[in-house]
Design a protein around this ligand. Structure first.
Ligand code: FAD
Length: 463
């Protein structure tokens, strides 16, 4: 008799695991059933801001593989609008509720992939009684927001609550749609994924495109008119709003796992080993935004909810449960985003994280340009490097700049992953031609500046 794999959650991690398992085990050997409570499988939540803005015209462009494709090409039984409500490890069963029909099914499993993603933080004031308040975690959330924006009376004033990268991307999307946008952030800067000095550059650019940023301000409630949001009440007074978008961060969605007795780590995510097995639960795998992972620089367990990890972790789980061998080696915190034309990249530790991890370090900021200064389109790029004081090893890097800035972080991520020192980095053989870089690439300029700072900190003469 064929074994049975149940997948809980039909997006990046879950369906990557399911497809990899199928590539290695045919239906006679492994039946696969995937439960997804939403309306879509394998969609790009990362693309939501660009569909909201209209840069990506069609919702379906965000769906990489629909259920029909999974059924036809992968022989995977996808059950949309089915929410798994319980996992019984002893009986090796899951219970799922049909969200449209209302019925309940019990399905046995030999292997289980837990890939429920993350839960967006939603404060008490954002209850369902006032219409016009939206999260953007899933494609269904995004569809509801698009419908609100497209309906009459068409919203003119938007308030985005939370200045993390999702809030920043949503502020950009809404301003591109022609709304007036206010972003409210409790901290002193938006973009807390980079250090405050780099975040200040992002805030300036956001103001430059017309986004009204209110920092050090907290939202405490909503005002409504006829059940529709009319204002956001803040510690700094009311802000008129026809639509409110929440970008307050997420936490791992572990409710079912906890109820089933699966182990939860210090970061709040499910504990997994390097093959994405859940310790102490044979045949149970977990991947994506619901798990915790190892930070390779700090050595600490962390929760880093990013699509890039979810896809890789799901693939690793699927290869292993398909009979192969694969490991997920941890993360270094690389991420990129943009706000209009300004690009932002980061990898490794921020100063605050480096301090919390016990490192002594120097940090430098180097300003140069993305192209040769004389070449048309040359614009400023700021590179920040953080290096361990004693060894000179790169601990973290951030880039803020205009075109061709963000993906330069990948060079720094590779250097960091391979534990290079900033001294070694100064000799990197990076490509140069005037349309692409100055003769000294911004990465090399920053590395040289970091070496000088290290020499200074160590009491040696600069080179
Ligand atoms: C607006 C936005 C922009 C983003 N941009 C980027 C980016 O640029 N780069 C990047 O790397 N990452 C980005 N991310 C993060 C990325 O989308 C997530 O890390 C990724 O989707 C996580 O994949 P996952 O499969 O773990 O979880 P999810 O994509 O959240 O999928 C989990 C699925 O499980 C389903 N589910 C949950 N519980 C149950 C249940 N009990 N029963 C049945 N189904 C269930 C949910 O409906 C959901 O579809 C972005 C996220 C958002 C919201």
């Amino acid at each position: 008799m064929a074994q049975r794999l149940i997948v809980v959650g039909g997006d990046a991690a879950g369906m990557a695991a399911a497809s990899q398992a199928r590539r290695r085990r045919d239906r006679a050997d492994l039946e696969i059933v995937a439960f997804e409570r939403g309306h879509s499988t394998s969609y790009s939540a990362c693309g939501i801001p660009y569909w909201i803005s209209g840069v990506v015209p069609e919702r379906d462009q965000l769906v990489a593989r629909d259920p029909a494709t999974f059924r036809a090409d992968f022989d995977i039984d996808v059950r949309l609008r089915h929410e798994v409500t319980a996992i019984d490890l002893a009986r090796r069963e899951v219970v799922a509720r049909d969200l449209d029909g209302g019925g309940e099914v019990r399905e046995r499993f030999d292997e289980l992939v837990y890939a429920t993603g993350a839960v967006p933080k939603r404060p008490d004031w954002a209850g369902p009684e006032v219409r016009g308040v939206f999260g953007v975690q899933t494609l269904d959330d995004a569809s509801a927001l698009r419908a609100w924006l497209d309906a009459e009376p068409s919203p003119r004033r938007a308030v985005v609550v939370g200045g993390g990268y999702i809030g920043v991307e949503m502020a950009e999307a809404l301003i591109q749609r022609g709304l007036s946008v206010t972003l409210v952030e409790r901290a002193d800067q938006p973009m807390s994924t980079v250090d405050p000095d780099m975040a200040a550059l992002v805030a300036d650019a956001m103001r430059g495109v017309g986004i009204d940023i209110r920092t050090g301000v907290e939202v405490t409630g909503l005002d409504e008119r006829a059940g529709r949001v009319s204002a956001v009440v803040t510690t700094d007074g009311p802000l008129p709003a026809d639509v409110v978008v929440l970008g307050l961060g997420v936490r791992p969605d572990t409710a079912l796992a906890e109820a089933a007795g699966l182990p939860i780590g210090v970061s709040g995510g499910i504990r997994v080993d390097r093959r994405m097995r859940v310790p102490g639960a044979p045949g149970v795998w977990a991947a994506g935004d619901c798990v915790e992972t190892l930070h390779r620089v700090s050595g600490l367990p962390v929760h880093v909810p990013l699509g890039t990890h979810a896809n890789k972790q799901g693939r690793v789980a699927g290869i292993n449960l398909g009979g192969g061998y694969a490991t997920f080696p941890g993360v270094i915190g690389t991420a990129v985003t943009k706000v209009c034309d300004l690009e932002v990249g980061r990898t490794g530790l921020r100063e605050r994280e480096a301090t919390a991890s016990g490192f002594e370090f120097v940090s430098v900021r180097a300003e140069s340009t993305n192209r040769a200064g004389y070449y048309p389109g040359a614009r400023t790029m700021t590179v920040k490097l953080i290096a361990e004081r004693s060894s000179g090893r790169l601990l973290g890097a951030q880039i803020v700049g205009w075109s061709e800035a963000a993906k330069r972080i990948d060079t720094l991520a590779v250097a960091l992953w391979n534990e290079m020192t900033v001294d070694e980095m100064t000799a990197l053989d990076l490509g140069y031609a005037p349309p692409y870089a100055p003769v000294w690439d911004p990465v090399l300029i920053a590395a040289r500046k970091a070496v000088d700072a290290l020499h200074h900190a160590q009491g040696r003469a600069p080179c």
